[in-house]
Design a protein around this ligand. Structure first.
Ligand code: ADP
Length: 189
């Protein structure tokens, strides 16, 4: 199995690149953000629990997030691998993902962090807000999401670095250039 984690702050381009990568490598895209948004849209019990947190730009508690992620992976027993996008976002999520994959005789092949500076992120999300209709894309909520990122999510990087699994790719380039760099890294895994 080829399991990848695409890592980066809000607006780094994880979703865009994931879509291209799953096609090339025949993987399943698992975006916890997309899964949560689907729950909110369908007004499921889970959706009701998380909608306020998401709208405020706060992270959903680990236990809820991990359970949803594991369920999604288990729905795809024939998968050749997964691209995890927006997960893990905390160190406990990363540790639990390792244990979960280990139980399946699998592992994370590599983690690619998309590097994009804060000014560019703010610009991209302001643009996206015009079309996304996402309540958490407004400027105030985005600040909260970025602060959650630097508070909790950034610590996931050293977790994978000590395992020798971390690669960085410049996310400031054009979409196709970033994609080519990602493929070059993934081909080595
Ligand atoms: P972004 O555009 O910031 O990358 P996502 O679409 O990945 O955002 O996630 C949107 C929201 O969903 C987050 O702000 C958070 O509330 C929730 N969420 C998504 N993934 C996770 C996660 N792994 N842990 C906790 N909360 C999450």
């Amino acid at each position: 199995m080829l399991n990848l984690v695409l890592f980066g702050p809000p607006g780094a381009g994880k979703g865009t690149q994931s879509e291209k990568l799953i096609e090339k490598y025949q993987l399943i895209h698992v975006s916890t953000g997309d899964l949560f948004r689907a729950h909110v849209k369908n007004q499921t019990e889970l959706g009701k629990k998380v909608s306020q947190l998401m709208a405020d730009g706060e992270l959903v508690p680990d236990a809820i997030t991990i359970a949803m992620l594991e369920e999604e992976v288990d729905k795809n027993p024939e998968a050749k691998g997964f691209v995890f996008d927006g997960f893990p976002r905390t160190v406990p999520q990363a540790a639990e993902l390792d244990l979960f994959l280990e139980r399946k005789g699998s592992k994370i092949a590599g983690v690619i962090a998309l590097d994009v500076d804060q000014l560019e992120l703010t610009k991209r999300i302001a643009e996206r807000h015009k079309v996304s209709g996402r309540p958490d894309d407004d400027a105030e909520k985005l600040k909260k999401r970025i602060s959650e990122y630097f508070d909790k999510t950034i610590h996931v990087l050293p977790y994978y670095e000590v395992q020798g699994k971390l690669n960085k790719v410049n996310g400031m380039n054009e979409i196709s250039t970033v994609y080519n760099h990602l493929c070059a890294v993934i081909d080595k895994y």
